[in-house]
Design a protein around this ligand. Structure first.
Ligand code: PLP
Length: 397
């Protein structure tokens, strides 16, 4: 086989259909988020970032940065089991009102390893997976070798119908997200818990796009809906609203200990470098007690949606902070984001297939507490111009 030709042809096909992922080089400007510097030619320039997963700008908070630097000074940069990581795990357990927590080096790994382990270890297990679940869950379920049932997105009646066809004593896990990252819609968690309890299923919820931002203390949608105690396993990340890196699950002591004992890979997956743990603890503590960032984020979302409405630019309604603007064409989606970046100094990543279904290519805009009204006006003005230039359809204002 001619491997070189094979890879080159596949890459060319991706380019031709507009689905080639460009990893642009931008560097955040310290203390100036959402400003970043675009490094590549013709010359470096300042851009406003609208698609960061550092949803609340915590990655630049002075106290968080200092905690990371002090953590490095105290130990080193290495990934090793240490006291700071244990303290962080205890903080996370308390945050979600669970007995225990297990840390991982990323949210991706926490989903992958935990679902893989539980699906393998529970005898004759069936995992019921929402059809829009993130790749990390899908891959973990696949790797577990457990039987899988896919239920229609956020459709509790469909979930119930799958459950009703399984033997009452069969091991079952319902795996779903609280805020779905691409549409920004929210799962009906209490209703899912109702059917889980009725059919004796374990519940596993991914709160990656919710922690830090929802609930009175930022513990997520389950906190907001007052149902954290009804969920068996809550998974989250430190790499989005908390602005650091790492993932975790919180659950009962028994489940967490079972995970620690049975995850087959290197046990160093259960830790973080001291600096990251120390910074995450400061970020977590801050967002537990400060509502300022959450309120400002909501205002910024409302403001942007109003401006998009006034300009007739279609966006998916949802109750979250994620504003999906549907373009519906991969080539136009890429052209739009290129023009935003090169002509207007605005960075929004194009979201194309396979991340979203073909025909629903989009911009995924994340307004945060540090975006100004003027920046939102500039974004919508630029979008309006480009929308017309590319012949995209508007909705009545
Ligand atoms: N779960 C969901 C729903 C995600 O969207 C992502 C990443 O974007 C992850 C898990 C993985 O999180 P992390 O970035 O911490 O690896």
């Amino acid at each position: 086989m001619d491997y070189k030709d094979f890879f080159a042809e596949k890459l060319e096909a991706l380019r031709a259909e507009g689905n080639y992922r460009e990893f642009i080089e931008i560097s955040r400007q310290a203390g100036q988020f959402p400003l970043a510097t675009q490094m590549k030619a013709p010359s470096s320039k300042s851009v406003v970032v609208w698609c960061s997963n550092d949803y609340l700008g915590m990655g630049q908070m002075r106290a968080v940065c200092e905690a990371m630097m002090k953590g490095i000074d105290r130990t080193d940069t290495c990934l090793d089991a240490d006291a700071e990581a244990n303290h962080l795990a205890a903080d996370l357990a308390e945050h979600h009102q669970k007995e225990d927590a297990v840390l991982f080096t990323s949210g991706y790994l926490s989903n992958y390893e935990v679902l893989k382990t539980l699906g393998r270890q529970l005898p004759d297990c069936v995992i019921l997976s929402d059809e829009r679940n993130h790749a990390s869950m899908i891959e973990g379920i696949r790797a577990s070798g457990a039987k899988k049932r896919i239920w229609r997105h956020n459709d509790v009646a469909d979930l119930e119908s799958h459950l009703s066809r399984l033997a009452p004593n069969q091991a079952k896990i319902i795996a779903f997200e609280s805020v779905y990252s691409m549409d920004g819609d929210v799962a009906p968690i209490p209703e899912i818990c109702d059917v889980a309890e009725r059919f004796g299923a374990l519940t596993y919820v991914d709160e990656v796009h919710a922690v830090g931002m929802y609930g009175n203390h930022g513990a997520g949608i389950a906190e907001q809906l007052n149902c954290m105690d009804r969920l068996d396993i809550i998974e989250g990340t430190l790499a989005k609203a908390y602005g650091i890196v790492g993932g975790y699950v919180t659950a009962s002591r028994t489940i967490c200990e079972f995970i620690r004992q049975h995850v087959p890979d290197n046990t160093e997956v259960f830790s973080l470098p001291t600096g990251a743990s120390a910074a995450a603890r400061v970020s977590l503590r801050h967002l537990r007690w400060s509502t300022y960032e959450r309120k400002r984020q909501r205002q910024a979302v409302r403001d942007l949606r109003q401006k998009l409405d006034a300009a007739g630019i279609p966006h998916i309604e949802n109750p979250s902070h994620i504003v999906p603007v549907i373009v519906g064409d991969p080539v136009k989606c890429k052209a739009l984001t290129d023009a935003l970046l090169f002509d207007y100094g605005i960075y929004v990543q194009p979201i194309n297939y396979p991340t979203v279904p073909r025909g629903t290519e989009r911009l995924r805009i994340n307004p945060g507490p540090l975006h100004t009204k003027d920046q939102a006006t500039e974004l919508v003005n630029a979008l309006s111009t480009l929308w017309r230039q590319l012949g995209l359809s508007c909705q009545a204002a």
